[in-house]
Design a protein around this ligand. Structure first.
Ligand SMILES: [Zn+2]
Length: 209
């Protein structure tokens, strides 16, 4: 218990990816406004370095999410976070793709559901191995479940609605990439910020289109 009192971290590289993705979605001036609002102005001219040192704190990640809500309102801020999540995947796959092992031909030839299973497990392993975020990936007949037990996005936050839209966007884009352009229903149904045990994102196994 009291995990929330212990400081947890993302590697610098993930912090850098988040800031780059933010620039793509809300421009440099938007990032500056968000960082000022979040009380993180020291980051404006000093982005994290591109390495795997665990130095980008979960407090920093969640303060950025809270600042998006503050600046853009709800649901506006959540929509922006979703788009930032999608952009994070694009930058992330460039930096972490080789660690995932999903670009090999053998992977590309798997049937779709198997691909999603293998991809989801590899993605969860990446977070569990290189970050303090804890993810479980499992499934039943119709859905995959991405469960975040230690979540940087809503770290020490309280919210009426699930607050981890960045993760939803990240998974949407990951699914699009893994499936070769298909769209899946992805929804956060539970969130630690709402008092739930884990942030739970449900992914339909069958694409919408
Ligand atoms: Zn969360």
């Amino acid at each position: 218990m009291n995990e929330s009192r212990v400081t947890k971290f993302y590697p610098n590289r993930m912090g850098l990816i988040i800031l780059q993705a933010m620039e793509e979605v809300i421009n440099r001036s938007g990032v500056t406004a968000v960082l000022n609002t979040a009380g993180l102005s020291e980051l404006i001219d000093q982005y994290p370095s591109n390495d795997l040192k665990l130095e980008f704190s979960f407090d920093t990640v969640s303060h950025i999410q809270a600042a998006l809500d503050q600046l853009y309102g709800i649901p506006g801020g959540r929509g922006v976070a979703l788009r930032i999540g999608r952009a994070c995947f694009k930058y992330g796959i460039r930096e972490f793709g080789s660690l995932l092992g999903l670009t090999e031909m053998a992977f590309r030839l798997l049937p779709l559901t198997t691909k999603l299973r293998v991809g989801g497990n590899a993605f969860a392993r990446l977070f569990n191995r290189y970050t303090d975020q804890r993810v479980r990936f499992d499934e039943d007949e119709s859905v995959f479940r991405w469960q975040i037990d230690v979540c940087p996005l809503c770290w020490n936050r309280q919210s009426e609605q699930p607050a981890c839209q960045l993760a939803v966007g990240l998974l949407q884009e990951a699914l699009y990439w893994v499936s070769g352009g298909k769209i899946f229903n992805v929804e956060e149904t539970h969130c630690i910020a709402c008092g739930d045990e884990a942030c739970t994102i449900i992914i339909s196994k069958n694409p919408i289109s």
